[in-house]
Design a protein around this ligand. Structure first.
Ligand code: AHM
Ligand code: MG
Length: 333
């Protein structure tokens, strides 16, 4: 018999809202809108394997329409789901160089949404999991409309963070600072159902390290020593998908450490602070883990620009601590 005790994401968001007696409901509505956008993107991602039949990006499909790149499509779906409800003062997306204003004809709200609409999109063609990442801040600027200042806030100021994983099933995982909760999309009823309440990064969890070792020659000596140490103990296993949301999701559920260090080709690292590293850092902290750039906590970094990059070490707290010690050259090994 299927279970009758189901918690939809809407019910969960409502329950969380009730813990804030002064809540206006705007923040909850913002999260519902995001969940709706996630379902639309999920539907489209699941069709991606049919692109060869229906026409790939840039080509004209059977209806004579130009087929859009999926990351651009995801950007537009999220933007259009979020631009008109009066919750946001501005947005920022990996797909746009500048901040995205709310159109004049729509009301302005008190929140800021930063998002990576479809991270790891180079994996679409080979059916590897990809994801959407989001981060929500409160408006801090004094003018009516949102400004860059509203987007350039430290990770500690995030009100909510999460991701949607388009994998063997679609999952939405989010935190508002009261634990990390995971929902699995039931496509037959079109609802995200609570499947992973109060996720904690296992500690001690699986000793998994996750890094692109092909870049070893570009790493610092300290980074090489860290990975050599992990291999030398004989206690670690390696996993690397090359898709941040999928690598992070595994780390959240199984433990271990995901690393995208700085290297000689990318001295600042590859991943983006505001809509990739910071939301993952909030999720990790809420699940009992940590995220660092190798020196500082990711959540403490003062952003200087919208698309700023950062090295990222995230996962079980003892392993992130270990990485910091190796990078500082202070480990006994
Ligand atoms: P993207 O934002 O262009 O999709 O790139 C980000 C992706 C992450 O999902 C992943 O962690 C990383 O790039 C993998 O990079 P690499 O192929 O250098 O290992
Ligand atoms: Mg990305």
């Amino acid at each position: 018999m299927p279970s009758t005790s189901v918690v939809t994401i809407s019910r969960h968001i409502n329950d969380q809202e009730r813990r804030h007696p002064d809540a206006t409901g705007a923040f909850s509505n913002l999260l519902y809108d995001l969940a709706l956008a996630a379902k639309i993107v999920s539907r489209e991602v699941n069709q991606a394997g049919l692109f060869d039949l229906l026409g790939s990006a840039g080509e004209t499909n059977v209806q004579g329409e130009t087929v859009q790149k999926l990351d651009q499509f995801a950007h537009e779906v999220i933007y259009k789901a979020m631009d008109h409800a009066g919750h946001l003062c501005c947005m920022a997306s990996e797909e746009c160089e500048d901040i995205i204003a709310i159109p004049d004809r729509f009301p302005i709200g008190e929140y800021v949404l930063l998002f990576d609409p479809l991270d790891g999109s180079s994996n679409i063609d080979i059916n590897v999991s990809i994801g959407t990442i989001f981060s929500i801040h409160r408006k801090i600027s004094s003018g009516e409309r949102g400004t860059l200042e509203d987007c350039l806030q430290r990770g500690t100021e995030q009100l909510a963070a999460g991701y949607v994983l388009y994998g063997s099933s679609t999952m939405l995982v989010y935190t508002t600072g009261m634990g990390v909760h995971g929902f699995t999309l039931d496509p037959s009823i079109g609802e995200f159902l609570l499947s992973h309440p109060d996720i904690r990064i296992p500690d001690p969890g699986a000793r998994l390290y996750s890094v692109n070792e092909a870049y070893r020659d570009r790493w610092s000596d300290e980074q090489r020593r860290l990975v050599d140490h992990m291999k030398g103990t004989g206690r670690y296993s390696a996993r690397y998908i090359g898709s941040l949301v999928a690598d992070f999701h595994r780390t959240l559920l199984r433990g271990g450490i995901f690393m995208y260090p700085a290297d000689s080709k990318s001295p600042e690292g590859k991943l983006r602070l505001l809509y990739e590293a910071a939301p993952m850092a909030m999720l990790a902290r809420e699940a009992g883990g940590r995220a660092s750039d190798g020196v500082r906590d990711i959540l403490d970094i003062e952003p200087q620009s919208l698309h700023q990059r950062t090295p990222l070490f995230v996962g079980s707290a003892p392993l992130v601590d270990l990485a910091e010690r190796f990078l500082a050259g202070t480990s006994e090994i």
